[in-house]
Design a protein around this ligand. Structure first.
Ligand SMILES: [Zn+2]
Length: 166
């Protein structure tokens, strides 16, 4: 791609007429060609002044060009040597995960048993309380009824007391 093509593409870029692929092409050229990059930056500044906010800020532009190159480099690396985890690491992780899982299962059953024990104890206590209450009410019923007697000799006093309370 030569510089005159890039010039056209730049204008198309600002008119949002570039495809993602073409955009990538343009940015790759901008990363390699200082003249075009400066042109682009100047154009971008003009565009930015015209429609503030719509175009990219100059600082962000540098970052974006840099990111495009980095993404391309990363792709090149992953394509050339597909890195895989060593087999022993995979087995290692497998063992650790299995142990963690077993530990969690064990903890769960332990907790469940404790809850069951607690529930049993609670039920026994409730039965005991119920039994005690029955014994208490049986005792109360067996008690002889208390007879209340007046120890007032003069019945007039009692009448006065009743009248006063009315
Ligand atoms: Zn150029």
């Amino acid at each position: 791609m030569n510089c005159s093509n890039t010039d056209t593409m730049m204008h198309e870029y600002f008119d949002n007429e570039l495809s993602k692929e073409e955009e990538s092409f343009l940015f790759t050229h901008l990363a390699q060609c200082e003249d075009c990059k400066n042109n682009f930056k100047a154009l971008n500044r003009v565009q930015y002044e015209f429609r503030k906010g719509e175009s990219e800020l100059p600082e962000r532009l540098e970052q974006r060009i840099f990111n495009t190159i980095r993404t391309k480099e990363r792709h090149a690396v992953t394509n050339s040597s597909k890195k895989r985890l060593p087999t022993y690491l995979i087995y290692g992780y497998g063992v650790i995960i299995t142990m963690l899982f077993l530990f969690m299962v064990y903890q769960f059953y332990d907790l469940k048993n404790e809850t069951l024990n607690y529930k049993e104890n609670f039920e026994v206590t409730m039965v005991q309380i119920d039994l005690q209450q029955k014994q208490i009410s049986a005792l109360i019923n067996e008690m002889p009824a208390v007879k209340v007697k007046t120890s007032v000799d003069n019945p007039d006093l009692l009448t006065i007391g009743i009248l006063e309370s009315l």
